[in-house]
Design a protein around this ligand. Structure first.
Ligand SMILES: O=C(O)C(=O)C[C@]1(C(=O)O)C=C[C@@H](O)C=C1
Length: 304
């Protein structure tokens, strides 16, 4: 039985994602912020944490990226992809809506709906969608933009549902744990994540990308976040197809390690969408194994 901390309170999208990732008998508990969910794992109060990492409309979740790049390392061992549809919840009997709250990622995905349907309402950021529902219940907000399941957790009414501006929006969530145990096995449909700090000079990022491209590795995400030390210095977050157990991926990670003053491995795990890696010609794992065997044989004086 594992204890899984999730970005709560109850009724968030993250709770739904955590339920898809939990095993039978696992115990889930809500934590107020992404930072605290990661801290619970670092402190050993949780075996793993479920946190959002990227949304197809609003992009990366900065608190998760920064939280994984700093302090003791954590490793993503699984992911979940959820369709994101929003409801607007109000207290029963509400007739006037002056304030609408939600997580900033959620507010950004319903901007057009609010402009068209609640003109003049002020939007206010909450720590999560469900935290906004708690504020509505407490009378601090008039309406909350939440996951449809939130209405099952709070004594509120659905004013409208399906209010998202983009129909097929999705959010990807990670299950992270401390290092020190074997990684998930490669499946052929895996994602590897790293964060790297390159030197602040011409072409440094291009060189890293060339290391990946030259090994036929397909990127699925690239984000930059301030390194927080010197203004203008950035950390780069790379997600790409493949698993560190594969020779071409191991080879690429070794190259990033050589080129960067800081590289942190953030995990290799199966992709939730099951998309198998596309491998460029001459970049298959067998090609790497074959080429390494040839070099070894030449070194030994057996071949020329
Ligand atoms: O607040 C929640 O319900 C969350 O799980 C967070 C979060 C996010 O960070 O993107 C998850 C999915 C939605 O895109 C909106 C909010």
């Amino acid at each position: 039985m594992a204890r899984i901390a999730y970005f709560g309170p109850e009724g968030t999208f993250t709770e739904q994602a955590a339920r898809t990732l939990a095993g039978p008998g696992d115990e889930l508990f809500p934590v107020e912020t992404i930072r605290l969910a990661l801290a619970a794992v670092r402190r050993g109060e949780a075996d793993s944490a479920c946190v959002p990492v990227e949304n197809s409309v609003e992009g990366p979740v900065p608190a998760t990226l920064d939280g994984l790049a700093e302090r003791e390392p954590l490793i993503a061992v699984a992911e979940s992809l959820l369709p994101v549809h929003f409801s607007v919840l109000v207290r029963p009997g509400t007739t006037r809506i002056e304030t609408v709250g939600s997580h900033p990622h959620a507010l950004a995905q319903v901007r057009e709906w609010i402009e068209a349907n609640l003109p003049g309402a002020r939007t206010l950021a909450s720590s999560s969608t469900a935290a906004a529902a708690v504020s509505v219940q407490a009378g601090e907000l008039d309406a909350a933009v939440t996951a449809p399941v939130a209405v099952q957790h709070y004594p509120l009414e659905v004013l409208a549902t399906g209010v998202n501006d983009v129909d097929d929006a999705q959010t990807r969530f990670l299950l992270v744990r401390r290092p020190g145990r074997p990684l998930p096995e490669p499946t052929g449909a895996d994602r590897t994540s790293v964060v790297a700090a390159a030197a602040n000079r011409t072409g440094a990022l291009a060189e890293l990308l060339t290391e990946l491209a030259g090994r036929g590795i397909n990127l699925t995400r690239l984000d930059a976040r301030p390194a927080r030390g010197n203004f203008g210095e950035y950390r780069f977050f790379f997600d790409f197809e493949g698993h560190i157990a594969e020779p071409r991926i191991g080879d690429a990670l070794a190259a990033l390690r050589r080129r960067c003053h800081e590289v942190r491995f953030l995990g290799s795990h199966p992709r939730a969408d099951g998309v198998r890696a596309t491998v460029a010609p001459s970049a298959a794992n067998e090609d790497f194994v074959d080429a390494a065997a040839w070099v070894e044989a030449v070194r030994n004086g057996d071949l020329a």
